[in-house]
Every structure is written in structure tokens, then in C-alpha cells.
Design a protein around this ligand. Structure first.
Ligand code: FES
Length: 158
């Protein structure tokens, strides 16, 4: 999908994404993923446009967006850090990482006030043997300790 930068409004993005999925059954989830890929999140303004375009109720669309934790409701920070909290990583110390995040004044699922970082929890990054695992802006780290997590959060690890 190509949307010129001058046409980037939520409505235009949603309409272009829907047009690209026209005729596909069960297209709401792929459409939401495509909107998030384009805009970085699924804005509230997208919901009524999607409902109109897909002939769904706003409540239906809102319900899907809020049910799946993969969909962001607000723009992410400059760095997105995802901490694995699935069983293998829990056994290898993921809770220490979560505690460290909280001590740093951050909350899982939220973006720091300065917009520098968003911290999320995930349930398996496919790196179970090298847990606890963390992903930062798509890069995977294994055997992460609190010192390394601090560097990742501060953006001093690339
Ligand atoms: S359980 Fe953490 S990467 Fe699989």
C-alpha cells in the first residue's frame, strides 16, 4: 500500500487499508495490523471509519481493538521494549526485569512521559533457552539481566 505523505490522515489510511483488503472475509484483524503498521498504533478516530467501511458496529471494532494486546491505542515511544513473561523466561528471572521496570517508574503497556520508551510484556519471543528474553525495536536479547535492561531502556544498547 502506498499513501503519499500529504494524504496521511487517519481516515485516508483506514480507507486505503480497507480498499486493499476488499472482498476478504474476516479481514478486520489484518486491517487493524495494517493500520498499526502504517500509523504505529490504532487511533480512536479509526474506529468509526472502520465500522462504516466494514459495516460493523463501533462496539464490535472497539471490542476487537481492546481485546488484542498487540494493538496499541496510542503512539509508541522512540524505543519499544518487550519483556517476555512466559513460563521459561519466568523461571529464568523475567520477574526481576519487570520489577526493575517498575522501580524505574515505568509501567508495562505504557509509554514514558517523555516518549522515550514503551515497555510491553509478551508471552514468548521464541528464545526460551536463552531467557529471560527481551526485544527492543525488533532486536532480540537473551539472558538479559537488570543492568542490560537498564542500558536498553536508556537507549545505550543498540
Ligand atoms: S518463554 Fe520467553 S522466549 Fe519463550
Amino acid at each position: 500500500m502506498t499513501i503519499s505523505r500529504s494524504d496521511v490522515t487517519v481516515e485516508n489510511v483506514v480507507q486505503a487499508v480497507v480498499a486493499g483488503h476488499r472482498g476478504q472475509r474476516g479481514s478486520l484483524l489484518p486491517i487493524l495490523h495494517a493500520i498499526q503498521a502504517e500509523l504505529g498504533y490504532v487511533p480512536q478516530e479509526a474506529i468509526p471509519v472502520l465500522a462504516d467501511e466494514l459495516n460493523l458496529s463501533r462496539a464490535d471494532v472497539h471490542g476487537v481493538v481492546t481485546f488484542y494486546h498487540d494493538f496499541r491505542r496510542e503512539p509508541a515511544g522512540h524505543t519499544t521494549v518487550r519483556i517476555c513473561r512466559a513460563e521459561a523466561c519466568q523461571a529464568l528471572g523475567a520477574n526481576n526485569l519487570v520489577g526493575y521496570v517498575r522501580e524505574a517508574g515505568l509501567s508495562l503497556g505504557e509509554t514514558a512521559a517523555d516518549g522515550s520508551v514503551t515497555v510491553e510484556q509478551v508471552f514468548c519471543l521464541g528464545n526460551c533457552a536463552l531467557g529471560p528474553s527481551v526485544e527492543a525495536n525488533g532486536r532480540l536479547y537473551g539472558r538479559v539481566d537488570t543492568a542490560q535492561l537498564g542500558s536498553i531502556l536508556n537507549g545505550t544498547v543498540s
